[in-house]
Design a protein around this ligand. Structure first.
Ligand code: HEC
Length: 113
């Protein structure tokens, strides 16, 4: 039995749509408590409603809280792989392990800002 159903429940992802979406990801359990150690480097941009970065041009910074874990995780993997191009996010995603990404996805999908 793969463990992402229990993971989804632990993460508080009781939205039924999140379960099949998560099943497409590698079976890595995301732990929102672990994410607390990592969000310091995200909240400077993502924690501020309506925040914009000026580099390399003016970007609206999307809010992460409440987005689906599978979406957040696939976006971070896409920055890491260079399929998404934003330079700051690429640099940040490159520094994250697969476990970090799973933890952050679990944290933000649980509705944290
Ligand atoms: C320097 C400011 C900055 C920091 C720090 C930052 N981000 Fe971002 N992030 C952005 C911007 C700007 C975008 C939108 C870029 C784009 O259009 O591709 C973005 C996009 C994203 C997306 C895609 C969201 C979507 O709706 O498509 C995710 C997921 C994400 N960031 C997660 C994180 C995480 C997790 C961290 C911390 C580990 C982090 N970011 C740190 C500025 C930042």
């Amino acid at each position: 039995m793969r463990n992402h159903f229990s993971m989804a429940i632990t993460a508080g992802l009781l939205v039924s749509a999140a379960v099949p979406a998560l099943a497409q990801q590698p079976a890595l359990a995301g732990d929102p408590k672990e994410a607390h150690k990592k969000i310091a480097m995200c909240e400077g941009c993502h924690g501020i409603p309506g925040y914009k970065t000026a580099y390399p041009q003016v970007y609206h910074v999307p809010m992460l809280g409440g987005q689906q874990a599978a979406y957040i995780s696939s976006a971070l993997h896409a920055y890491k792989a260079g399929q998404r191009k934003h330079p700051s996010m690429r640099g940040i995603a490159a520094s994250l392990s697969d476990q970090d990404i799973a933890d952050l996805a679990a944290y933000y999908s649980a509705g944290h800002k």
